[in-house]
Design a protein around this ligand. Sequence first.
Ligand code: RIB
Ligand code: CA
Length: 335
Amino acid sequence: MVEGKRKVILDVDTGTDDATAIILAALAPKIELLGITTVWGNLPLSVTTEQTLMITELMKKDIPVYVGCPGPIARGLYPQAHKEHRRVAVDAKGKEYGYHDLFQLPRPSAQAQRRHGVDYIVETCRTSREKITLVAAGPLTNIGMALRIAPDIVKNIREVVVMGGGITQSNSTLCAEGNIFRDPEAAEILLKSGAPATFITLDATHRAALPVEYVDRCRGLGNPVGDFFAEILRQRIRVYNALQPLWRGDIAPIHDALCVAYLLDPAVIPDMRRVHLNVCLDHGNGAGAFLIDTRYYHLKENANVAYDGSWERFGEVVMDTLEKAEGLFWKGEEK
Ligand code: RIB
Ligand code: CA
């Protein structure tokens, strides 16, 4: 372990914005990325794992990848999640695109580690001399399982930073964000565990959506990681313009990267509040919704919740970090 850096395990369902989170976490000098665990989510586990390996290979970084859980802790998979698909983008005409169509990344040659992702989280938290930060960029299944199997790990967790939930914003259902909707029981396990928990909500990620100028700025860095980041942002802007217009045009959130940026510069979240949070566990319309206790006699605070995000700060953190790519990624390999 490297002294003075924040020790991070990143849990992902890669995914385009997960890829940007991996890149930032792997590059940032303030972070020691110990390992990556994969989880089911937007895509089936086999696909999220393969795409995670593609990103670690793109970066030529030797970051161990551990395969985690293929479905939620307590619920059945919702029907869409049963389909083995590789879609990461859809255009206005409904045509679907996978990683290969979008980014021409080769299939990975590296394999995931043999040890299970949940086991890796438990063992790392138990044995680390310094507290571990978990960044959860997919459903909370792996982290919920780890906390259930080994509640003692709480004492060695510095923070769990979750991309999930929404206050006024939702995406998977009328009232729920996808990562929380997919495994609400796992989110409740975290909230009841006593681990310090921070939720980077859709309210923050939508406000911190990056504008199209960043496509050129990332390309202008003149390194393959900048090019890849630019292409992800470009594709996401296309999809958001067509299917999910936000508060202004030609912007796109890269939700998961904002969690990593928060570790590097908390000012990316200008409005973070300490609240009592629960997640709705019903099986109807409310499943996965955030329940924030705003009563004057509210229950004891158990989470930090991001109410706003700053795209200006976020953009600066992204550029500062990607600029480091050359020295770190392409060592010994002239472009
Ligand atoms: O709702 C957004 C979240 O769902 C992001 O983490 C995205 O990558 C998907 O997992
Ligand atoms: Ca994700």
